[in-house]
Design a protein around this ligand. Structure first.
Ligand SMILES: *Cc1c(COP(=O)(O)O)cnc(C)c1O
Length: 303
């Protein structure tokens, strides 16, 4: 039996003066779904794993960078559910001692396959074919849990809500989470006036935009640009200070790679009046709390 299967996350009022407003803002705590398996990564993995089970597969094979929440999520879920797991890691210089993500994945029993960057970029399917095509128990899961199977698990978030916010906002990278949320909004017509704001945490807004437009769903969204802070996992003192302030005011851990940027965008939208005073906001905490233990953040706080 799948121990994560029935997990729903709670919604609570978000009282954070650093956002510029404390009323009518709510946070959905997908970060609490599991202490290590990042919230949206579990939502995206669910259907992949269910499908692997129906196919009689026993070995999850995936892909990720050195700081991949997805990699750790797959490693943990595999350990819990009795699968073997392997991950191609971007960078052949890496080993499990390189950082706490890789160490955790290794602890969960994942086989890490450090991979030269060019080979990684040139084709995940190819890598999979070369190493695993002859292994009947292996099951391919794309980097980040992207793809069709990632969407239905995320769409359940909307059905779990017991109120209808004017705005939903969250951190977005491959836009798979955003696609799931839009799908959920379309399936629950009460959300026809809700606007989804997918905050791009890396410089790929056009790709995200076209992926979401391609869904052709009659629901409103925008891919929010301008909060990349230089790109994926890049940061600034302003962002670090904001993340520290938010944590001290709420007791909720956020990270500077994903949720920190999305909350910063929310603060600016409130400041500029794009989100109006009487309008309700739901912030989706997508998890990723391991990001707070990165050296870059730890050395930035307290200085
Ligand atoms: C992976 C991740 C995202 C981005 O999800 P996408 O579906 O790729 O857009 C957002 N937040 C956190 C914490 C993540 O780990």
């Amino acid at each position: 039996m799948n121990p994560f299967a029935s997990n729903q996350s709670k919604v609570e009022p978000l009282v954070a003066p650093c956002l510029g407003r404390v009323e009518n803002i709510f946070i959905k705590r997908d970060d609490l779904i599991h202490p290590i398996v990042s919230g949206n990564k579990w939502r995206k993995l669910k259907q992949h794993i269910a499908f692997a089970e129906t196919q009689g597969k026993k070995h999850l094979v995936t892909f990720g960078g050195a700081y991949s929440n997805h990699m750790v999520a797959v490693a943990c879920a595999a350990a819990v559910l009795g699968f073997k797991s392997s991950c191609f890691i971007r960078g052949d210089e890496l080993q499990y001692q390189s950082n706490h993500y890789l160490r955790l994945a290794k602890l969960y029993g994942m086989d890490l396959i450090p991979t030269e960057r060019t080979a990684y970029r040139e084709g995940k399917k190819q890598l999979y074919e070369t190493h695993f095509a002859h292994k009947p128990e292996a099951f391919f899961i794309d980097e980040g849990g992207a793809g069709e199977l990632g969407i239905p698990g995320v769409s359940e978030i909307i059905a779990e809500l017991d109120f209808i916010p004017n705005h939903i906002i969250h951190a977005s990278a491959t836009a798979t989470t955003a696609a799931g949320l839009l799908t959920g909004m379309e399936q629950n017509p009460e959300f026809k006036n809700t606007i989804l704001h997918a905050v791009a945490v890396l410089k790929n807004t056009p790709e995200q935009q076209s992926k979401l437009e391609g869904l052709k769903l009659p629901v409103a969204f925008n891919v929010v640009t301008g909060f990349e802070f230089g790109g994926y996992a890049k940061s600034s003192k302003e962002l670090m200070d904001f993340v520290s302030e938010f944590i001290s005011q709420t007791g909720i851990i956020i990270d500077p790679v994903y949720t920190g940027k999305a909350l910063f965008a929310l603060k600016i939208k409130i400041e500029t009046g794009e989100i109006k005073e009487h309008e309700s906001v739901l912030f989706l905490h997508t998890g990723g709390t391991l990001g707070i233990f990165s050296d870059a953040f730890l050395s930035a706080v307290g200085n």
